[in-house]
Design a protein around this ligand. Sequence first.
Ligand code: NAD
Ligand code: GLY
Length: 351
Amino acid sequence: MKTIDLKTPTMMGKIHVGADVIDARLPALVAGQKNFVVTDSNVFALYGAWFTRHFADAEIFVLSAGEENKNFGSLYAILEKMSAAGLHRNSRLFAVGGGVVGDIGGLAAALYMRGISCVQIPTTLLAQVDSSVGGKTAVDLGGVKNIVGAFYQPCEVLVDPTFLQTLPMREIKCGVGEMVKYAALNAEIFDILERNTDRLTDLAFLSDLIVACIQHKADVVQADEKESGERCSLNVGHTTGHAIELTSGLSHGESVLYGMLFETRIAVSAGICEKEYGSRLLALIEKAIAIEPNAAVDFSGIGESAEKARSDKKNSDDGKIKMAVAKCENEWTMFSLGFEEYRAALVQAAK
Ligand code: NAD
Ligand code: GLY
């Protein structure tokens, strides 16, 4: 088991990674208080016996799987069930699932009695390398992603790569997408992925890279927990990615991959991203997209998707669309375009 510390002004958190983390940490975390578990219908169906073994006395809330359920109605239902279960301030919430469960479960923990202890147990590759770490919690509202939420750090994150064995290939692709995001920002991760593009679906290879990705994120979050500077880098590809996600029906991970593809092309054309570095990055993104080609992809209406980028959380009142883009090895920058310029550049980049 490898442990990464994540110290913020509100929490001295620990992220444990390895196939032994559940046995090593879960019994101690479950003991001594009332527990509440949030999971989703797919994870519960696959791991029913696991829940019985580890959470015999806990109340378990099973959310219907899918991003469309990361909303206020589900949050309200979770909070109602927490209250009915008689949880106290010293109770603990365990979020066991992908990023949807982690985001909504984390927000429920932040809100209930103004904050109870939260443990994240991520079961998708995307959640293991990204969403379970760093304390961003949220639900979607009115067609806008993650617009209502809180920064609320889990006390521990238990990352067990064994969960990945049941993950469909499309979800592996989504997690690799977030790993490519780290590659765009971190030369060491870039080098490892670039030298191993034939192993992007090899669970042993991917599991070995999880710690490096989490360490990168933990360093960034420690420097800038509330995203006033350095943490914006973790949104590479996300301005356009969220716009695609909201209009295309593609999952978060796939949308971010296309968001990175188009934003990198835009940044290279604008001379913001170094040409040679941009070509290497684009080649890596394309390898990740090719893990499982998606017949549903159609960007003929990308001009309309661009509208959704107007509500991105990185924008300010100046009406410009802001993107975090890689510049060259280990360097990134914020890059803004007026809306019409952005829309035209996006249409061009998606051709
Ligand atoms: P997800 O939670 O919808 O999980 C993807 C699918 O995999 C679901 O159908 C789920 O039921 C299934 N699944 C989960 N674990 C499984 C397992 N072990 N075996 C088989 N199936 C399994 O999606 P995701 O890709 O994990 O996360 C995307 C969400 O995360 C989005 O809502 C996004 O906004 C959010 N996110 C948050 C952050 C953050 O910092 N908080 C970062 C990135 C993404
Ligand atoms: N996924 C972006 C962040 O956590 O900041």
